[in-house]
Ligand binder design. Structure first.
Ligand SMILES: Cc1ncc(COP(=O)(O)O)c(C=O)c1O
Length: 405
């Protein structure tokens, strides 16, 4: 293994108090999982054990939950959108969640769902709307990849590419939803808008619940570490919330990972008083799913209480993770891991190759006993960029950082 120094910013969490949230209790997680099981086509996604890579990096186990298989949508996000839509509709109709099915909206007043997205969440909302025979209007930030736009339009949704960044696209979607009487299904929260984002975060507990069940079937009780990529921090918050309730927050080390250009969780962790800090501007990172500058306050609360470390890395880290998973160690399974899915594997390798590897490993408590749980949250959702990176070497280790200085 060569030595090279990708930029890694690390902040231990000074606000950790280990307080778990009742919003992610075992009972709620099991009701959420039961909801997802009732969706036609539901299947637990694979949990891959990359044993060759773990040996090479001096770790006990690296387990990757491969969400590229989720409902054929190439990303995990539909878990949140579908659950929030199920909850919203059943409350509106006054029926129990258990009786919800994706065809019981016939004969009811039509609903238009609205959202803003970097791609995956909007695709999930459009998919759920299509299954229900309803409309969806999806706003995207500037520079959205054509394939991500097309995937949303193919589901029958209206997709509008704005000239705004992600956070401003959310505000525009919200304003349009208000004016037009649409139901806003957003994966981030703000004052007065917390119920749907809570359901969305709860929706993500399904992948953590599946992962724990799959680990236990391998004879592993729990992860010692989990690295969770964060955009607004809803996914990380949902997963950490689940694990903290299940095992206790002081029995595993949760680490968030973000691109430097959109590291709002890391910056919040660096704040004097633990308050949420926004990152303004273009948020111009290859990890488009993580290009969010304003923390979800519900997610941030869980992460501030229960995470151990906040990390921020450069785009080449994700590119490294994409290539390693596409071309794995002999005996390890290949995984198609997209930009925002690959940051965990890339980070572990970047740490192992770093000139300060030993001290970074020590500070994170990583060693040959560690069982590290990662989530490949997306496959090749932008196939053009995926091939540029994996086949043609874009964002190679020897290249300049190009997008970040
Ligand atoms: C593939 C992928 N991974 C991770 C995330 C981060 O999720 P969150 O915004 O809840 O932090 C996203 C968000 O869109 C995503 O699309």
């Amino acid at each position: 293994m060569s030595t090279f120094a990708l930029s890694i910013e690390q902040m231990p969490n000074r606000f950790f108090n280990g307080q778990s949230s009742p919003l992610f209790s075992a009972e709620i997680a099991s009701a959420v999982r039961a909801f997802h099981r009732r969706i036609p086509g539901y299947q637990a996604t694979p949990l891959c054990s990359l044993d060759g890579l773990a040996r090479k990096l001096g770790l006990g186990k690296i387990l990757v939950k491969d969400e590229s298989y989720r409902f054929g949508l190439n990303a995990f996000k539909v878990l949140g959108g579908s659950y929030a839509i199920g909850q919203s509709i059943t409350r509106k109709l006054g029926i129990p969640l258990e009786s919800f099915s994706f065809d019981n909206l016939n004969g009811h007043e039509p609903i238009t769902f609205a959202t803003a997205t970097d791609g995956n969440h909007g695709r999930g909302v459009a998919w759920a709307a299509m299954k229900l025979g309803q409309q969806a209007v999806v706003y995207m930030p500037k520079g959205a990849a054509q394939e991500r736009v097309d995937n949303i339009r193919r589901l029958g949704a209206e997709c509008i590419v704005t000239d705004l960044n992600y956070d401003d696209a959310v505000r525009l979607a919200c304003q349009q939803a208000d004016e037009n009487g649409w139901l806003m299904v957003q994966d981030t929260a703000w004052a007065g808008y917390t119920e749907i984002p809570t359901w969305i975060m709860q929706g993500y507990t399904t992948m953590a619940d599946e992962a724990v069940e799959q680990m236990q079937a391998m004879g592993i009780e729990r992860p010692t570490h989990t690295i969770l990529q964060a955009g607004v921090g809803a996914m990380a918050g949902g997963v950490v919330g689940y694990l903290a309730n299940r095992f206790g927050a002081d029995r595993f080390t949760a680490i968030t990972a973000e691109p430097h250009q959109a590291n709002c969780i890391y910056r919040s962790g660096c704040s004097d008083d633990g308050s949420a800090i926004n990152v303004p501007g273009d948020l111009d990172t290859m990890m488009v799913g993580l290009a969010c500058g304003e923390p979800n306050p519900l997610g941030w609360e869980v992460l501030r209480n229960c995470c151990r470390h906040f990390l921020s890395v450069e785009d080449r880290t994700a590119a490294l993770g994409m290539r390693i998973q596409a071309s794995p160690m002999k005996g390890d399974q290949a995984i198609i891991s997209g930009e925002s899915g690959a940051i965990g594997v890339g980070m572990l390798y970047a740490i192992a190759c770093h000139p300060d590897s030993e001290s970074i490993m020590n500070s994170l408590g990583l060693d040959h006993h560690s069982v590290v749980l990662l989530f490949n949250t997306e496959g090749d959702t932008d196939p053009v960029n995926y091939q540029d990176v994996v086949w043609e070497g874009k964002y190679g280790i020897g290249s300049s950082q190009s997008q970040y200085s």
